[in-house]
Each structure stands twice: as C-alpha cells, then as structure tokens.
Design a protein around this ligand. Structure first.
Ligand code: FES
Length: 118
C-alpha cells in the first residue's frame, strides 16, 4: 500500500511552475519538489545527485528557457520528465523520483514505501 500526502489544488501548479514539500522516508525528513512540465506532473526528491543538497535557491528549479531543471550550485542540468542528469558532474545519474497524482482536482504526492523494519 503506497503512502501519499496532499500537495495542493491542481490549479495551483500550472505549466512551468514548481512546488516544494516535505516528506519522510527511512525515518529521515526530506524535501521534494513537484513540477508541471508542459502539462506533465513530475516530482523528485530535492537533492542533486552530485552532492545531496537542494537543487534550487528559492524554488527556481527550471532553466531560464524552462526546458530543464538546473542545480544552482554547480550547474548540473536534468531532463525534467525523467530526472536524468544530461550535463554536469553527475551526468548519467537521475534525480530520485516521486509521483504526483491528480485526484479530482487535488494533487497528491505518492511516496515510496518504507523499507521493512529489521
Ligand atoms: S551540487 Fe548540484 S551540480 Fe554540484
């Protein structure tokens, strides 16, 4: 059974915008972000694959042309639809994906299942 948490009304995430959120996984508080990429909803953990620090400075995930996500620290460029780094020090690695679903006009983030307790 997947875990999920509310994000926002779908109308509050129009194309070209992002929204950050907090979630927990493996007992660790983490930050994620959801984005509307030309009508496609995506979400990832907000951690660069080069050094695990947030990609953004202040919610500014997209490149100026709106085509890619960019890490503001060292400039890694990520494909927004699949999270793959296509330029920069983490080339070939991918952002850790989450999932966003639209339930009757409300967006929910679907979180990974917690690993079983040992
Ligand atoms: S921390 Fe993102 S490119 Fe270095």
């Amino acid at each position: 059974m997947s875990r999920s948490q509310p994000l926002c009304p779908a109308a509050d995430l129009p194309p070209g915008t992002t929204r950050k959120f907090i979630f927990t996984y493996e007992g660790i508080r983490r930050e994620g972000f959801a984005a509307n990429v030309r009508g496609h909803l995506v979400a990832y953990e907000n951690a660069c694959r080069h050094i695990p620090i947030p990609l953004d400075d202040d919610g500014d995930f997209f490149t100026t042309d709106g085509e890619f996500f960019i890490c503001r620290t060292h400039g890694a460029i990520y494909e927004p639809l699949n999270g793959r780094c296509i330029h920069g020090p983490c080339g070939g690695l991918s952002l850790k994906p989450l999932r966003v679903v639209d339930v009757q006009g409300e967006l929910w983030v679907v979180l990974p299942d917690e690993p079983p307790a040992e």
